[in-house]
Design a protein around this ligand. Sequence first.
Ligand SMILES: [Zn+2]
Length: 73
Amino acid sequence: MTEYEISCLGKVRYHQRAYAKKASSRIRRNGGPNLRPYHCQYCLQWHLGHRPGHATYLRTRLNGPVPVQELTP
Ligand SMILES: [Zn+2]
């Protein structure tokens, strides 16, 4: 997996940091992981990232972004 695939591909894109922060707090309220907005060097938009050591990715669903916690052995 390249850094691009990890940090950009398949992630939800936010046009502004404020949108990413809103989505982050909504996910947190729903019992999801604590994600931090970061500016992407590839698509130049905002993504939500996980804390180091947590393999968490966001997937887009019809009702919005859904955090997917991938279990690591
Ligand atoms: Zn990106």
